[in-house]
Design a protein around this ligand. Structure first.
Ligand code: ATP
Length: 270
């Protein structure tokens, strides 16, 4: 069986209304949506449309979701791959995989390329890593830089990449004409957590005991992904108890369960 080189989605359903909070980040990516939909408007005065932007922030804060929403809002195809698969699974073919990805994205332009965990390939060159061949990773990184430099100004492919470690990235990636924009995607504050709960409560059958202000206050430090998890877990807990709808106590139990999981995860790290 031949491993998939990358993922391509043509009919992306995500939109900005699925992304709660992150007002600043949404405003910045709105501009990218406009570039994709209406490039002539921006190039008519001689300006160059940016080629790439880096989404920077902790795990589970909605970077992938935001990138998908850009493709969904602009109604363009979404090409994605994960930096870590790259390095682990495709030894010897990383560079040709990058070439292939860009070729496809150009053929289907306007389009979005999304590279998750770009740090796996984009770590500063010449620094050791712990996962096998460094030459392989450097070849892949060099190919990525070459592809971005090779874009014409009217290619209309925008590359979004996500990382939680912008500090370890090779500075060459951030140079003008590459990922020269950084967009911060932070953990949600209490008001944003309330909004994220509202998004993830939509598909659930909830009862009147539920209060999103209360839930937001009970979940400091939770990411959007943690909150999505809490909502799903609460629905399963309620179903297990044969309830007609999901209530406050189910959410509290779900929060406890997720906090327990987070504590275990942190113990392993430290
Ligand atoms: P990672 O760095 O781990 O790849 P990420 O920042 O890309 O994480 P996502 O994969 O986008 O995070 O988030 C996972 C899921 O968490 C999303 O599919 C969504 O269900 C939920 N989520 C995260 N952030 C938000 C948000 N701001 N609004 C609504 N849902 C969110």
């Amino acid at each position: 069986s031949k491993a998939k080189l990358f993922d391509e989605k043509t009919d992306v359903k995500a939109s900005f209304k699925d992304v709660a909070g992150l007002e600043g980040a949404k405003e910045e990516v709105q501009e990218i949506v406009d570039f994709l939909k209406n490039p002539e408007k921006y190039t008519s005065l001689g300006g160059k449309i940016p080629k790439g932007a880096l989404l920077v922030g902790p795990p589970g804060t909605g970077k992938t979701l935001l990138a998908k929403a850009v493709a969904g809002e602009a109604k363009v195809p979404f090409f994605s791959l994960s930096g870590s698969d790259f390095v682990e699974m495709f030894v010897g073919v990383g560079a040709s995989r990058v070439r292939d990805l860009f070729k496809q994205a150009k053929e289907k332009s306007p389009s979005i390329i999304f590279i998750d965990e770009i740090d796996a390939i984009g770590r500063a060159r010449g620094k050791s890593n712990f996962s096998g061949s460094n030459d392989e990773r450097e070849n892949t990184l060099n190919q990525l830089l070459t592809e971005m430099d090779g874009f014409g100004t009217n290619t209309n492919v925008i590359v979004l990449a996500a990382t939680n470690r912008a500090d370890v990235l090779d500075k060459a990636l951030m140079r003008a004409g590459r990922f020269d924009r950084q967009i911060y995607v932070d953990l949600p504050d209490v008001r944003e957590r309330k909004e994220i709960f509202e998004v993830h409560l939509r598909p659930l059958k909830i009862d009147d005991s539920l209060d999103t202000d209360f839930l937001a206050k009970q979940t400091p430090g939770f990411s959007g992904a943690d909150i999505a998890n809490v909502c799903n877990e609460a629905a399963l807990i309620a179903a297990r108890k044969e309830r007609e709808s999901v209530g406050k106590q189910d959410f509290l139990d779900a929060v406890d369960r997720i906090v327990g999981g987070l504590e275990k995860k942190n113990k392993i790290i430290t």
